[in-house]
Structures are given as structure tokens and as C-alpha cells.
Design a protein around this ligand. Structure first.
Ligand SMILES: [Zn+2]
Length: 277
């Protein structure tokens, strides 16, 4: 009896986020939408309009609200159309690029912390190659690349997260990590990715004025995920005997340049060793 109890207790205490249990299988990489949701300066913030009172009817209690927000705030997807007038809009992105997509997660938080100006850190090709060598796995073709810069530690402090020098100035200077044009080109030509995601407000560094990574990726029908949440949890939960996959679920807005998105990660078994160097 004692043995049975200890066995049950041991399995419960070592409960893993990737366990097959329905409730623990997925890690949610999306922030909630509420008053704290971060938007770029000047953009329409999330609002839940609670018009009218809750109605009590016979056997029910009824409420229905209206919400409004800019496309590009909180956890969201940039459709290629955002920076390419011939690119896919949100509703045109193929499901195969969004659902059950093989994914690589790279942790550059130490490099960001140790850099001279962490808020201007720019991820380059050598960071990704270093990860591939250390993990002995290449980024899967057609996959998504997620990058943990550690910047999510500032969420939901808008001033720190955006590196906003002057909060009263709508055009205030922004400073947060992003990726280089060089890396964007390399990911297109050498790894043929489907999408990329960061735990910052934009894939280009905050101080960028010309947004080259956006331009290069959108030209190649690659989508961006911005303000990705909980990548630190995902890193902690990482296992080597299964392969990381994503479900990316943007609001399917006809003609949308981007949309709020729910993103779920899970680890797919029996795929771990396929992509070794
Ligand atoms: Zn965006």
C-alpha cells in the first residue's frame, strides 16, 4: 500500500509540462489581452467595452461585450502583407504553416545580458549556428524559429519593455533586442523557415528605422510572431527525446496585416533525432 502511495506521489510531484495528460500537454505562449497589453506608442490599445448590463433571464444569465484593438499589439502575428503589398494577409496564410509546425527555440538571454547595450542587442547568424552546433540539430526546413532574449521579464512594464525614452512623446525612441538583416537573409536562403517569433515587441531591434528583417522575411511569405510569452517556461520544460512543435492561431481577419494570436507549444515524440547535424 505504501509502495503504491509513494509511486503515485512520485509521479505527481515530477509532473512534467510535456506529459501526455490533456491538461499539461501544451505550453501557452500567448499573453492575455487586457488593460496591461503593450502596444507601440500611438496605437489603439485593447479595450473591452462592456455595454449594457448582464441580463438575467429564465434559466440563464446573459452578457456579450465588444472589443477593439490595433492589429499589432500583445501576442500577435505579422502577416507577410504587413511589409509586402503582394504578401499573404492573415486569412491567406496556409494552415500547414501555422498548425503543428516543427519549431526550434534558441536562448540568447545570456548574450543579451552580457552585451554592452542589451537594449540594442542584434541577433546574428553566428548565434544561430552556435545553437545548432551545441544542440547538434539544425533548424528544420519549413519550421518556426523562436528566440528567447529574456526581454519578457519586463512585461507588462511598457516603458522598460519598449525601452521608451520619453513616454510623453508618441514618436519616442524605442530600444529592445531584435534580429539583423543578415540573419533574416540567412534564414530565408539557408533554412527556409516558415515563421519567426521573439519575446520582444518587434523582430527588428527597437532602434531600427528601416525594419530590414520585416522587409526581407515578408518578401518571402514568412510570418513574424511578436510579444511571444513564456519562452522561459518552454526552455525549462524542454526535453531531448521529443521535438518541439507549435500551433499558431491568429484571428482570421480577411485582409488583415496582422492579428492577435494564440500560440501553443508541445513536444512531439519520436521526432527528436531526425534533424541532427
Ligand atoms: Zn506586428
Amino acid at each position: 500500500m505504501l509502495l503504491i502511495f509513494l509511486t503515485i506521489f512520485a509521479s505527481a510531484s515530477s509532473y512534467h509540462l510535456y506529459d501526455r495528460s490533456r491538461t499539461q500537454r501544451y505550453i501557452d505562449l500567448s499573453y492575455k489581452f487586457d488593460n496591461e497589453t503593450i502596444y507601440f506608442p500611438g496605437m489603439k490599445r485593447f479595450q473591452l467595452h462592456k455595454e449594457g448590463e448582464r441580463v438575467q433571464g429564465p434559466g440563464y444569465s446573459y452578457a456579450a461585450y465588444t472589443m477593439s484593438m490595433a492589429e499589432h499589439g500583445g501576442t500577435h502575428l505579422d502577416a507577410p502583407f504587413h511589409f509586402n503589398d503582394k504578401g499573404w494577409t492573415v486569412d491567406q496564410i496556409p494552415q500547414d504553416s501555422l498548425i503543428d509546425v516543427p519549431t526550434t527555440l534558441i536562448d540568447v538571454s545570456s548574450a543579451v545580458k552580457q552585451s554592452r547595450r542589451p537594449s540594442d542587442f542584434t541577433l546574428d547568424v553566428h548565434h544561430v549556428i552556435q545553437h545548432e552546433i551545441e544542440s547538434n540539430q539544425v533548424i528544420p526546413f519549413g519550421g518556426v524559429l523562436l528566440i528567447y532574449t529574456g526581454w519578457s521579464k519586463y512585461w507588462p512594464d511598457k516603458i522598460k519593455y519598449l525601452g521608451w525614452d520619453n513616454s510623453t512623446d508618441v514618436k519616442g525612441t524605442l530600444n529592445f533586442p531584435g534580429i539583423s538583416a543578415n540573419l533574416a537573409n540567412w534564414l530565408v536562403n539557408k533554412r527556409h523557415i516558415t515563421g519567426i517569433g521573439l519575446d520582444t515587441a518587434s523582430i527588428d531591434p527597437g532602434n531600427s528605422k528601416s525594419f530590414p528583417a520585416h522587409a526581407i522575411l515578408s518578401k518571402n511569405q514568412i510570418y513574424n510572431l511578436e510579444n511571444v510569452a513564456n519562452l522561459d517556461s518552454l526552455l525549462r520544460a524542454k526535453r531531448n527525446d521529443c521535438a518541439l512543435h507549435l500551433f499558431v492561431m491568429p484571428l482570421k481577419v480577411t485582409g488583415g496585416t496582422g492579428a492577435p494570436a494564440s500560440i501553443l507549444a508541445y513536444c512531439k515524440e519520436n521526432e527528436a533525432s531526425i534533424l541532427t547535424l
